[in-house]
Design a protein around this ligand. Sequence first.
Ligand code: CUA
Length: 427
Amino acid sequence: MVRGGRMERRSHDRAATSGQPRRRGFMSRLLTLGTLGMTAMIVLAACGPSEDKPYSTTSPASPTADDIQSLYKLVFWLSLIVFVGVQFAIVYTSLRFRRSRDTTERPPQIHGSKRLEIAWTIIPAIVLLILLIPTITTLYDHDAAAQDGDIVVDVYGKQWWWEIEYGEDKAQGGQSLDVHTANEIWLPVGKKAQINLRSNNVIHSFWVPRLSGKLDVIPGHVNTLSITPEEVGTFYGECAEYCGAQHAWMRFTIHVVPEDQFYAWVNNWRSAPPSSAKKGAENTPGVVKAPDAFSVCLACHRVNGMEGSVTPKGINAPANMGPDLTMLACRETIAAGMLENNPENLAKWLKDPGAVKPGNYMATQIGPGKVELTDEQITELVDYLESMKPAGGCADAQGWAGGAATPVASPVASPVASPMATPETGS
Ligand code: CUA
C-alpha cells in the first residue's frame, strides 16, 4: 500500500509538469539517439585498414576465415534485430501501457496468455535454428576440408613455443619436406596446408585470426585444420588456451609467400647452411664456426645436419626440448614472439633466460646459479647464432631481402637431402 501511494504521488508530480505530446517527443528522441549510437558503433568497428589489425577476425585472408566471418555477420545482424526489437518493445509498452494519471485501477493483466507464451517460444526457436543450421554445416565442411591438403604441417604446442615439422608435399610426389623449425610457419600462397595439431604437455590452442578458426592442441589427440591462404603476407597467431605462466608469450607467425620462394626457403633449410660445424665439412660462406660453448645448447636444441645434434624431434621429443636452431638468424623473433631477433636481445636471453621469460625450461639450465655463460662465451654464441643464414641471405615475407632474384637451392652441397624442385604450375 505504501508503494502504491508513492507511485501515485510520483505519477501525479510528473503529470503536473509534462503532458502527453511531450512524452511522445521524448520517446522518438530516445529511439533516434539509440539508432544513431548503434550505427556509429558499427561504422567505427568496421573501418580502418586490415594491416593495422593483425589479430582482426573481420579481415579474412582465407576461405576458412571467410566462412567464419559470414557466420559472425549472420549472428551480429540477427542479434541486432533481436536487441533493437526487444528494447523497442520494452520502451514502447512501458510508456504506452502505463497507468494514466486519473485512474487508480490496475490495467488488464495478461499473465498466462497462451498466445503470447507460444509466440515467445516459437520466435526464439526460429532465430536459433537460423543460427544453428549454417553453423553446423560450416563446422562439418571445415572438418571435411581438413582431411587432406597439398602440404602437411605438423604443429606441436610446447611450453611456451611452437615446433613446426613439414611432412608430405603433393607437389613433391608425396615426399616429406622434412623441415623442422619453430614459431614461424612458411606457406605457399593458394595451396592448402593440412595442419595437424599435437601436444605432449598441456592443452594449447592454435589461432591465426585472419586465416583460421581456433582449434585446441590436445595431448594424446590429433586435431586437424586446413589453411588455404589467398594473400601473400605475414599473419599473426597466438596460443588461445591458458597453458601456464608464459601463455601470453606463445606467439607465432605465418609467412605466406609465392610458391617459388617457399621452395627456395625449404631448400635453404634442407641444405643446412649453418651446419658448418659438422666435422670436416666446409664452412658455408658467412657462417661462423660453432664455438665450444654450443655443446651446452645441443643438450636440448638441434641444428640441421650438425654432427652431435641428435635431440629428438616431433612428438617423441621430451617436453623440455628446445626449438630447432637451423637458420635461426632468419627468424624475426626469439622466445616465441617475445623479443625481436637481434644480437642485444639474444645476448640478454643467453645471459638469463629466466629474467626474460620466467618459468621457461631453458631457465632451469642456464642463468645465475645454473650454467652461467661468460660474457665471452655469450659473444661467441651470439656471433655464431646470428650468422646462421643461407648464403643468399634471409628471406622476408614480402620477398627476398635486397630485392634480388629469388635464390634457388644454394650451391652448398646438401648433406641432408636433395633439393626440392619448384613444381611447374600456372599459379
Ligand atoms: Cu599455449 Cu597458451
